[in-house]
Design a protein around this ligand. Structure first.
Ligand code: 13P
Length: 273
């Protein structure tokens, strides 16, 4: 089933104490979140156990931000998928552009991570998205197609049924620039068609595809109203409980209810440096 998911990628932010406090604020606000909206939080590794405790019994799910490409052994500093599953993670973010850009993650690495995540019952939130120059050169469809084909097309249809996809244009991440709902919907529909052509119409229809990149209370409503945008992967705005909850309410609430929550600039295309 396609789901409405609003996931918070905390990246390398908050101490454990701050993360637990944020998680508790979210739990306390859950009655304001529509029952069909699934909240997910992805704190840093060292927070997972404590944040997992704080959200226990609530409808908030726990995600890691990454996992190792090896099952176990002498890989100093890495965290294996089965360790994450063992402490109650339900999701793991894979292929985030920051991992690709700063830590050299390739499709080959991601194929290995994807297999281990799925083997251990984790639902991967697989991130794709083009860089600014690729968008300006009109290569965004090719880039996203390659990222989907290289990492997802080796999966079985059953495995694909457990994967959530997040389209995050790199030029929109943390920049205040957001893809217009038309730009985002166009790529989301394109991704769904790629999945349909490979895995069949039903799996594509059921696939949850999130938008990420400066998504915030002021633009979430317009983005989430698009037929192929099922929710968001939220960075900065997930660190403020009120903003994260307001985003989760964006499937249903009126513009008036958004008054008072922090907003941001609207779109537009990046310019060349
Ligand atoms: P921002 O919402 O801060 O732009 O980050 C998006 C993101 O990278 C989520 O994974």
């Amino acid at each position: 089933m396609r789901r409405k998911i609003v996931a918070g990628n905390w990246k390398m932010n908050t101490t454990v104490a701050e993360g637990v406090a944020l998680a508790k604020e979210l739990v306390a606000a859950m009655s304001q979140v529509p029952s069909d909206v699934n909240l997910v939080v992805a704190p840093p590794f060292v927070h997972l156990t404590s944040v997992g405790e704080a959200i226990k019994g609530s409808k908030i799910a726990l995600s890691a931000q990454n996992c190792a490409d090896q099952p176990k052994g002498a890989f100093t500093g890495e965290v294996a998928a089965n360790m994450l599953a063992g402490i109650g993670c339900q999701y793991v973010i894979l292929g985030h552009s920051e991992r690709r850009q700063y830590y050299g993650e390739t499709s080959a690495t991601l194929v290995a991570k994807m297999a281990l995540a799925l083997e251990n019952g984790l639902q991967p939130i697989y991130c794709v998205g083009e860089m600014k120059d690729e968008r300006l050169d009109n290569k965004h469809f090719d880039v996203v197609k390659a990222q989907i084909e290289e990492v997802l097309f080796g999966l079985t249809p059953e495995q694909m049924g457990h994967v959530v996809i997040a389209y995050e244009p790199v030029w929109a991440i943390g920049t205040g620039l957001t893809a217009t709902s038309e730009q985002a919907e166009e790529i989301h529909a394109f991704i769904r068609k790629l999945i349909a052509d490979k895995f069949g119409k039903q799996i594509a229809e059921d696939c949850t595809i999130l938008y990420g990149g400066s998504c915030k209370p002021s633009n979430a409503k317009e983005l989430f109203a698009c037929p192929d945008i099922d929710g968001g992967l939220i960075g900065g705005a997930s660190l403020k409980a009120a903003d994260f909850i307001a985003i989760a309410q964006s499937y249903t609430i009126s513009d008036d209810a958004l008054d008072g929550v922090s907003g941001g600039s609207k779109i537009i295309m990046p310019a060349r440096d």
